[in-house]
Structure formats: C-alpha cells, structure tokens
Design a protein around this ligand. Structure first.
Ligand SMILES: [Zn+2]
Ligand SMILES: [Zn+2]
Length: 116
C-alpha cells in the first residue's frame, strides 16, 4: 500500500503511514491499522463511533421520511375534509335556497353600506 505523503504513524514516528483512520483521520502504519467493514480504523472505539454516527444518520432519515409521509397524509385528510365541508355547504345552499336568500336579505338590511 502506498505511503501517505509526509505522514508517519501516530503511534510509531519512525514508520510511514499507509492508511488513515476513517473516523478520526489519524495516520497509521500497517501494524496499527484495523480493518473493519473494509475500512481502516485506528481503534475499535473509532469503528464503533463511526457505526454509531451512521446509525444515527439512518434513523434520522427514516424519521424524516416518516414525517414527510405523515405530513402528506395530514394534508390529504385536510383536503378531503375541505371538500366534504364545501360539498356540505353547497348541498345546504341548494336545499335551503330560499332560506339562504332570506339570510342574505337580512344581512343586506343590516349592512347597507356593504355592496353585496
Ligand atoms: Zn481513529
Ligand atoms: Zn503504527
């Protein structure tokens, strides 16, 4: 493996570094590098830290996806309710046309300045 330019192992200053820890980017020699999941790490701790981080990211993403879905569903419910309400109002107006006209006249009597 090619040496990392001008870098020596963090634990062995007399040895050239061949890898960097994927988590903390510490330069490491062949003896110090720890391969986990095909990636170089300086320690189990760094490997676990990175696992933790990627787990947090993926759980964050699933949470966000769930929220988007929920929001979309809520919007759909709201739109459906709106349509139902409009339909109900429309049905009411159509079936109570005379009464609605009476209300309008009543309103017009009380709000003469409002040109309806
Ligand atoms: Zn590390
Ligand atoms: Zn070393």
């Amino acid at each position: 493996m090619a040496a990392i330019q001008d870098k020596v192992c963090r634990n062995h200053p007399d040895r050239p570094a061949t890898e960097r820890c994927d988590n903390c980017f510490k330069p490491l020699c062949e003896d110090c590098v720890l391969i986990r999941d095909g990636k170089p790490f300086c320690s189990e701790r760094c490997f676990e830290n990175q696992l933790e981080v990627s787990r947090n990211i993926s759980s964050f993403e699933t949470r966000r996806k769930r929220e988007v879905l929920l929001r979309r569903r809520r919007r759909l419910v709201r739109a459906t309710l709106m349509i139902l309400l409009l339909g109900a109002v429309l049905a009411y107006i159509l079936t109570h046309q005379s009464q609605v006209l009476l209300w309008r006249d009543w309103l017009l009597d009380r709000l003469p300045d409002l040109a309806l």
